[in-house]
Design a protein around this ligand. Sequence first.
Ligand SMILES: NC(=O)c1ccc[n+]([C@@H]2O[C@H](COP(=O)([O-])OP(=O)(O)OC[C@H]3O[C@@H](n4cnc5c(N)ncnc54)[C@H](OP(=O)(O)O)[C@@H]3O)[C@@H](O)[C@H]2O)c1
Length: 346
Amino acid sequence: MIKVGIAGATGYAGAEIVKLIAGHPAATLTAVTSRSYKGRSMGEIFPAMKNIVEIECEDMDIDNLCKRIDCIFLALPHKISMGYAPLFLENNVKVIDLSADFRFKNASAYEAAYQKHSAEKLLKKSVYGLSEIYRNEIKNTDLLGNPGCYPTSFLLPVLPLVKEKLIKTKNIISDSKSGVSGAGRSLSLATHFCEANESFKPYKVGNHRHQPEMEEILSIHAGKNIKITFVPHLLPLNRGMLSTIYASVCENVTSERIRQIYEQYYGRKKSFVRILPDGFFPDISNVRNSNFCDIGFNLDNDSGRLIIASAIDNLLKGAAGQAVQNMNIMFGLDERSGLINIQGAL
Ligand SMILES: NC(=O)c1ccc[n+]([C@@H]2O[C@H](COP(=O)([O-])OP(=O)(O)OC[C@H]3O[C@@H](n4cnc5c(N)ncnc54)[C@H](OP(=O)(O)O)[C@@H]3O)[C@@H](O)[C@H]2O)c1
């Protein structure tokens, strides 16, 4: 059994990892940390977990934690994880970081969007945890930067098409919408019920920090600098994310060719990426509470315009689910261990 620790277990993403590890057939929940709930059990903090997960929250005492765990999930805010990750690595504990701190290869791109990096040398070694694309690298790493939720919903459908040169790299647009849990559990005016409920609006247009993350990964695979247009919106839902993506196809690219490439990348029987049949588009309610990413597309042959829609649960495939999928790969387990349910069916 893999002994697992979760730092930031009382946040939205951390609590989802707690639920997944509590039901995982090959992992044991050994430690959970929180500063504000120290000494209180998960069942007390989240009544839905009562009598199921009663482990108590503790401090981030690195020496003590490292003696007891094989793997730590850092479900902490950006800028905090980079201070802790090197300490766990020194003690041979594998690190899966959910923040942006280890997602970038280029420190200056990270620093332009966030702050000065204090563990810059580790960026070379960290692997970007987009499971379906980086599976081979993930197998051999002990430091993983789990992707952001918007980047997951955008890169899964777009990356194969860029890598295979099926779409033009200029003027790619991602019109993306996220449920409110994407902003985390701490209080802010924009996420108050009366501000978010029964409304719908774009936010951080032109300056959302997921944009440089998406651009860096696309650029690495294209071998040239790519800039995209990204417009995030706040949906009055607790969880769920849908990106509608617009791109122009290269000459002679057909709908059949696009489907063939998706099949090549995601056609494995046990894939978490489901390509929908022609004429079907994803629905957040079909992926909610699951680790799936559903993708549908339509190519307008007259204009050469490709429209793709991609839906995920921001807290699962966009955070905790993909993080556990990555743990499974890092420890040589079946990628779907602990991640299969059909709660999204109704
Ligand atoms: N929410 C999403 O949909 C989503 C998706 C993808 C990635 N992520 C990433 O996952 C990470 C966690 O996000 P979240 O939405 O779960 O945030 P959150 O709900 O605000 O939770 C943050 C957690 O970190 C702990 N924490 C806060 N400041 C800390 C500090 N200085 N030192 C140690 N612990 C600290 C908090 O507990 P205490 O204050 O009690 O210590 C809490 O448990 C973030 O980096 C986020 O970008 C989130």
